[in-house]
Design a protein around this ligand. Structure first.
Ligand code: ATP
Ligand code: MG
Length: 277
């Protein structure tokens, strides 16, 4: 779990983060959404310590990350995996060498052990056959999967992904989302994703933080979004008329079918089951 308490960040006289508090839960895909320039990337960089906050506290499982020196932070950093925008692979290295890289930098153990771990991760993202290929020889979706394999090779407790679906078609995006979700649940990772992708929001949004002009405007789950009355959130999510109509139809269906009754009395699991039917 990662906790942000009233974090603030300015560049010059421009205040980018205006006191944001939020909780990123473990075993969940936590999404940060919001329009371009709302401060998502700055917030993520603050969380991993690439940018220092001006004020506020960031805690990793109760430990005050903001108060630590570089030496103390190193321990936490080693538990962090990052998937960068555009995958950021090393062009001169093969897929396998790219995934090996963090192990060579931070890992311990023999070459054989490291190779075994690399093979496991490539298997997990379904890329065993591409191990000897170079980034230029594989597709964008495959590059993302290499990026994911590299991000998880050190068994991270915390996984950060900045726009993991940028440049991908909707179906490939869904596969990437499912992969990240499965890994998150399988290894109980605290995953934080910055995204513009509405498919991701609807499919993976266990815990969504909506940022507006440097502040947390709204938070909730993908189910809550359909019924939210927050005008700014609605304008952002349901930007097109088509989607606004779809939202209204979804609400009508919910009330007509009597599902609202179930939602009052039952727990989340049953609600999920009812909606799948
Ligand atoms: N190092 C920096 N120095 C000065 N200003 C910065 C710096 N990094 C970001 N900013 C400013 O902070 C604001 C928020 O930027 P940020 O990259 O967090 O937006 P974002 O929500 O991630 O947008 P996008 O969806 O386009 O990625 C922008 O106005 C940007 O110009
Ligand atoms: Mg960004």
């Amino acid at each position: 779990m990662i906790e942000l308490q009233d974090i603030r960040k300015s560049f010059g006289d421009k205040e980018i983060l205006k006191g944001v508090s939020a909780v990123m839960e473990s075993g969940k895909v936590n999404l940060i959404i919001g329009s371009s320039g709302s401060g998502k990337t700055v917030m993520m960089k603050c969380m991993v310590g690439l940018i220092e906050v001006d004020a506020g506290i960031i805690k990793y499982d109760g430990q005050n990350f903001t108060g630590m020196d570089n030496h103390q932070r190193k321990e936490i950093r080693q538990k962090i995996g990052m998937l960068f925008q555009g995958s950021a692979l090393f062009d001169s290295m093969t897929v396998e060498q790219n995934v090996m890289f963090p192990l060579d930098m931070f890992g311990t153990g023999s070459y054989r052990e490291k190779k075994k771990r690399v093979d496991e991760c490539l298997e997990r993202v379904n890329l065993r056959d591409a191990a000897k290929k170079f980034p230029a020889e594989i597709s964008g979706g495959m590059k993302k999967r290499v990026g994911i394999a590299r991000a998880i090779v050190l068994n991270p407790k915390y996984l950060f992904c900045d726009e993991p679906n940028s440049g991908l078609d909707p179906q490939t995006s869904l596969l990437i989302d499912q992969l990240i979700k499965e890994l998150t649940q399988e290894y109980n990772i605290t995953t934080v994703i910055n995204t513009h992708d509405m498919n991701t929001v609807m499919e993976s949004g266990d815990n969504i933080v909506y940022m507006y002009k440097g502040q947390k405007q709204w938070e909730g789950t993908n189910k809550d979004i359909v019924f939210s009355k927050d005008q700014l959130l609605n304008d952002f999510i349901f930007a097109s008329e088509f989607l606004r109509e779809a939202k209204e139809m979804r609400q009508t269906d919910f009330f007509r079918s009597g599902k609202w009754r179930e939602s009052l009395g039952n727990g989340g699991e049953e609600k999920k089951g009812a909606e799948k039917k």
